[in-house]
Design a protein around this ligand. Structure first.
Ligand SMILES: *[C@@H]1O[C@H](CO)[C@@H](O)[C@H](O)[C@H]1NC(C)=O
Ligand SMILES: *[C@@H]1O[C@H](CO)[C@@H](O)[C@H](O)[C@H]1NC(C)=O
Ligand SMILES: *[C@@H]1O[C@H](CO)[C@@H](O)[C@H](O)[C@H]1NC(C)=O
Length: 784
C-alpha cells in the first residue's frame, strides 16, 4: 500500500569512460530536495537485479557520481544513442525518479580489421578493373568516431574503392606473377574522432600463375658438332627451354618438329631433359649435317621452337681404294727405262686430310709411281728389265691417307716380262775334248756338247751343228756328225790312230729366235791307240824272204855281243813296247837275248865242242792286251872265217836289206840328234838356273812311274806317248817346270829289280851313250 509517486525524469548526458567518483550531476538540486534529507530518505540508485552499479549518490551532497567504468560500446554497441536508465529511489515518502544517463561516445576505439593479415590470391590473368573485396575495418565507436575512410599504401597494381563501407581493391595494372609473385599492401582504416584513430591491415596478395608463358629456349639456334660413327646413345647436345609458368604450366617437354623420313631414326630427343642422342648411323660420307627443329611444349600446350644444326665431323673411316685403270701386260724386256706400264687411280671417300692419299710401291722393283693428275698415278719402269733374271713382278701398290691414324690399303699388280731374244746360247764348257780309241765303230758316240740359252721358248731353243771345216783335207762331216737337238757327237767313220791322233772341229749352237743368236765351241777329238799292229821284225828279215847268218868268232868270251834282233811296232806306248825271247835254240845254254834290247850275247866262252851252226828262233812280243808277237830265225855260225861256210856265200842282200840299213841309219841319226839337243838344253838350263838344278829335279823320279816289267827298253820303234815316263824336273822356285821323258837303257838290270835313280846315273847314262853303240833315246817336252 505503498503509493509510488513518480515525479520526474532526470536526464544527464555524460561521456563514457568517466573516472570513478566523477560527478555526473546533482540530483538534490535537480529534484529540489534538501540534500540533508537524502540520507534519511535512504536515497539510492537502483539498477535492477545483478547489474553493475554504474553510478551512485553521494548522500551528503546529492551528487550523482560515477561508480563504475561506463563503456558505451559495451553497453550499447553500435546504437547511435546509448541511454543508461537508473532508478532513483527515495523513501519517506517513497519517490521513484527515473534518471536517464545519456552516455556520449568517446573515441576510445580504433578502427580494427579482423585480422592483421589478409591473404589474397589473385590470378595473374586477372583483368584490369577487376575488383577484390576486402573485409572492412570496424570501429566500436560510432558516428564520427567510427571508421570514416581508408587509405591504401601506394602500389603499382591496385587502387582502393570504398563504397558505402564496401572496401574493394581494384586492379588498375595487371599482375605478372613472373615479375612479382606476391605483394603486401598496407591498408589503413581511419575514424573521424579526435584525435583520429586508425587501424591497419596487411593485405598479402599472392599472384597466382596463369599459363601465360610459352616455354623459351635458351638459344634460338643450337649448333653441335658430332663425329661420324658416334655410337648410339651418344649425347649430341642438350636443348633447354624454360617456362616461367609454374606447375603444369611450366612443365616443358621436348620433341622434334618436322623430321624428314630419312632422318627419323637418326636422333632421338629425351622429352624431359632435352638431350638429343644418336640412335642411328652417322656417316659423314652420306650426310655431313643435319638441321631440325625442336619443339618445347608446356603442360597446357604452349609451344616454342628452336633450330638445331648438327655438323657431322669427318673421321678417317675410309681406307683409300686403289683402282687399276690400265696395264700393259706383258711388257717386253727391252723397253727403255721410263716406259709407262699402267695407270692407277686412288680414291678415298673421306674429306680433307683424311682423304688425301699418298701412293707408293715397294722397293726393289724397277718401277716407280709418278703422280700425274690428281689421284691418278702412272706406273713407270725405272731400269732395264731382264726376263731371264726376273720374269714376273708382283708390284704392291700401297695407298695411305693422311688421317690420324692413317688408313692404308694395297693392291698387288702382277706383271710379266715378255721375252726378247737377247741371249745367245752359251756352251757349258769353253772347249770340249773327246777321247776315242781307234778302230771305233762308225756311229759311236764320242761326246756331247751342251749349250744353254735362258731365253723363252724358241728364243731359247738350242740347235747344234758342225761348222764346215777340213780334217786332213776331207770335210769334217765325213768324220763327225752332231745331233742337232741333243748335241751328241757321233763318229761317222772308224779312226786310225796310226793315221792321225787328234783333230779339232767347231760346233755351233744357235737358238731359234729371229734373228737367231749363236756361239761356237771347239771340240778336240783325241784318238787313242789300240794294239792292232804286230811287232814288225826289221832284222833279221822274215824267214823265207831272206836268209841271214851272223858270224860268231870262235874266241868269243861269255857276254860278247853277237847280234841283235831289231823290231818295230806301229802302235804306241805299251802296245809298242817290245820284248824279246828265245823260244828255241840249238844249244840252249849258249846264247841269251836281252829282254828289251834284243841283243844276243854269248852266255859262256865258245868251246871247240860247240856246234858250228847255231840256230835261234826269237819271238818279239808287244805289251798290248792281248799282246801280238812275231818270230824270226837267227842263224849263227861259229867261225872266224865266212869262207868256211860255203853254203852261205850265195846269200844275196836284196833291196829290202839295203832299205833296212838306211832305216837304221836314219834312226841312229835322229836319236843322236835328239840326244844332242837334249844335252844342249840340259846345259842351257844348268847355266840359267845355276848349279844342281837339273839333278835336283831328276832325283824325284819315283820307281812307281815305271812299269814294273819294263825297266829296260829298246831304242828302236816309235815314240812313246808321254804318259809312261813323265818326270817333272821341278825348279826350286817352281816358276817353270821342265818335263822330259826318258827311256832307260840298262840291260844289266833284272826285271824284278827296282830302278835306282840318281844324278850320277844320269851322268853315267850320258857317258855311256857316247861309248856304247846302243840306242838311247831321250825325249823331252817343256810343259807350260
Ligand atoms: C706373285 O704372286 C703370285 C700369286 O700370289 C704368286 O704365285 C707368284 O709366285 C708371285 N710372284 C713373285 C715373283 O713373287
Ligand atoms: C722371241 O724374241 C722376239 C724378239 O727378239 C719376240 O718378238 C718373240 O715374241 C719372242 N718369242 C717368245 C716365244 O717369247
Ligand atoms: C761361229 O762361226 C761362224 C762360222 O765361222 C761365224 O759365222 C759365226 O759368226 C761364229 N759365231 C760366233 C758367235 O763367233
Amino acid at each position: 500500500s505503498m503509493v509510488l509517486k513518480q515525479f520526474s525524469d532526470l536526464s544527464f548526458s555524460i561521456p563514457e569512460e568517466m573516472k570513478r567518483e566523477s560527478v555526473i550531476g546533482n540530483i538534490a538540486k535537480d529534484l529540489g530536495v534538501d540534500p540533508r534529507t537524502l540520507a534519511l530518505r535512504q536515497a539510492r540508485v537502483d539498477f535492477g537485479g545483478g547489474r553493475k552499479r554504474y553510478c551512485d549518490i553521494k548522500l551528503n551532497t546529492g551528487d550523482l557520481i560515477a561508480s563504475e567504468r561506463i563503456d558505451r560500446e559495451s553497453l550499447c554497441g553500435k546504437k547511435p544513442s546509448c541511454v543508461l536508465k537508473v532508478d532513483l529511489v527515495l523513501e519517506n515518502p517513497l519517490e521513484l525518479h527515473r534518471v536517464s544517463l545519456h552516455i556520449q561516445d568517446v573515441n576510445d576505439n580504433s578502427p580494427q580489421f579482423n585480422d592483421n593479415l589478409i591473404e589474397m590470391e589473385i590470378r595473374e590473368s586477372a583483368d584490369k578493373g577487376n575488383r577484390f573485396s576486402i573485409e572492412e575495418a570496424h570501429d566500436a565507436d560510432i558516428g564520427q568516431n567510427a571508421v570514416q575512410r581508408y587509405n591504401l599504401q601506394k602500389n603499382d597494381n591496385f587502387i582502393l574503392a570504398v563504397d558505402s563501407n564496401k572496401v574493394e581493391l581494384v586492379l588498375e595494372n595487371t599482375l605478372d606473377r613472373e615479375k612479382q609473385k606476391e605483394l603486401n599492401l598496407l591498408l589503413t582504416a581511419l575514424d573521424g574522432g579526435s584525435p583520429q584513430r586508425s587501424g591497419t591491415v596487411v593485405i598479402h596478395v599472392t599472384v597466382l600463375d596463369a599459363n601465360d608463358n610459352a616455354p623459351v629456349f635458351s638459344q634460338a639456334v643450337y649448333k653441335a658438332s658430332l663425329p661420324e660413327n658416334s655410337p648410339p646413345d651418344t649425347v649430341v647436345i642438350k636443348v633447354s627451354a624454360t617456362d616461367a609458368d609454374e606447375g603444369v604450366n611450366g612443365d616443358v617437354t621436348y620433341q622434334f618438329g618436322h623430321v624428314s623420313d630419312e632422318d627419323v631414326n637418326v636422333f632421338s630427343i629425351d622429352p624431359k631433359t632435352g638431350e638429343i642422342r644418336v640412335t642411328g648411323v652417322i656417316d659423314f660420307e652420306e650426310r655431313s649435317s643435319f638441321e631440325t627443329r625442336v619443339k618445347a611444349k608446356d603442360g597446357l600446350g604452349l609451344t616454342s621452337y628452336a633450330k638445331v644444326i648438327i655438323d657431322v665431323t669427318d673421321i678417317n673411316d675410309n681406307a683409300p681404294v686403289i683402282y687399276l685403270k690400265s696395264l700393259s701386260n706383258p711388257i717386253p724386256e727391252n723397253v727403255s727405262p721410263g716406259t709407262e706400264v699402267g695407270i692407277i687411280n686412288v680414291q678415298d671417300r673421306d674429306s680433307e686430310t683424311n682423304g688425301q692419299v699418298r701412293c707408293s710401291i715397294q722397293q726393289n722393283v724397277p718401277f716407280k709411281l709418278v703422280s700425274s693428275i690428281k689421284s691418278y698415278f702412272t706406273l713407270v719402269t725405272t731400269g732395264q728389265l731382264d726376263r731371264e733374271l726376273v720374269s714376273d713382278y708382283n708390284i704392291t701398290i700401297t695407298a695411305t691417307d693422311e688421317g690420324s691414324p692413317p688408313l692404308s690399303s694395297s693392291k698387288t699388280v702382277q706383271l710379266s716380262v715378255a721375252d726378247i731374244n737377247d741371249n745367245p746360247p752359251v756352251f757349258e764348257e769353253q772347249s770340249y775334248s773327246a777321247y776315242v780309241t781307234e778302230n771305233n765303230k762308225p756311229g759311236s758316240t764320242l761326246c756331247s756338247v751342251s749349250a744353254r740359252d735362258p731365253d723363252w721358248r724358241q728364243n731359247g731353243t738350242v740347235i747344234y751343228s758342225l761348222l764346215p771345216g777340213e780334217v786332213n783335207g776331207a770335210p769334217v762331216s765325213s768324220y763327225l756328225s752332231v745331233n742337232g737337238d741333243t748335241g751328241v757327237i757321233h763318229a761317222v767313220r772308224s779312226f786310225d790312230y796310226e793315221q792321225f791322233r787328234s783333230f779339232k772341229v767347231q760346233v755351233m749352237a744357235r737358238d731359234n729366235g729371229s734373228p737367231p743368236l749363236s756361239s761356237n765351241v771347239t771340240v778336240s777329238v783325241f784318238i787313242s791307240d789300240v794294239n792292232d799292229n804286230s811287232p814288225q821284225i826289221l832284222y833279221p828279215g822274215p824267214e823265207g824272204n831272206s836268209f841271214m847268218t851272223e858270224l860268231v868268232p870262235k874266241a868269243a868270251h861269255g857276254g860278247s855281243l853277237v847280234s841283235k834282233v831289231i823290231a818295230v811296232d806301229a802302235d804306241s806306248g805299251q802296245n809298242a813296247w817290245l820284248s824279246y825271247h828265245i823260244v828255241k835254240s840249238t844249244d840252249p845254254g849258249l846264247f841269251s837275248i836281252g829282254l828289251h834290247s834284243g841283243e844276243i850275247r854269248t852266255q859262256r866262252d865258245i868251246s871247240e865242242s860247240d856246234s858250228m851252226k847255231q840256230n835261234l828262233i826269237v819271238s818279239v812280243k808287244d805289251n798290248g792286251q792281248p799282246s801280238l808277237s812275231a818270230t824270226c830265225s837267227m842263224y849263227l855260225l861259229i867261225s872266224d872265217n865266212l869262207a868256211e861256210v860255203p853254203e852261205l856265200k850265195d846269200i844275196s842282200y836284196d833291196e829290202k836289206n839295203s832299205k833296212l840299213t838306211s832305216y837304221l841309219i836314219i834312226a841312229l841319226v835322229s836319236v843322236s840328234t835328239f840326244f844332242l839337243t837334249f844335252i844342249i838344253i840340259i846345259l842351257g838350263v844348268r847355266f840359267c838356273r845355276r848349279r844342281k838344278l837339273l839333278f835336283d829335279g831328276a832325283v824325284a823320279i819315283p820307281s812307281a812311274y815305271l812299269p814294273p816289267n819294263y825297266a829296260d827298253v829298246d831304242g828302236t820303234g816309235t815314240l812313246r806317248s808321254t804318259y809312261n815316263y813323265d818326270a817333272y824336273l821341278t825348279t826350286g822356285s817352281r816358276t817353270s817346270d821342265f818335263k822330259f821323258v826318258t827311256s832307260y837303257n840298262d840291260n844289266t838290270l833284272p826285271a824284278d829289280q827296282t830302278l835306282r835313280e840318281s844324278p850320277s846315273d844320269f851322268a853315267e847314262a850320258f857317258g855311256q851313250s857316247e861309248e856304247s853303240p846302243e840306242l838311247k833315246r831321250l825325249s823331252w817336252a817343256v810343259s807350260r
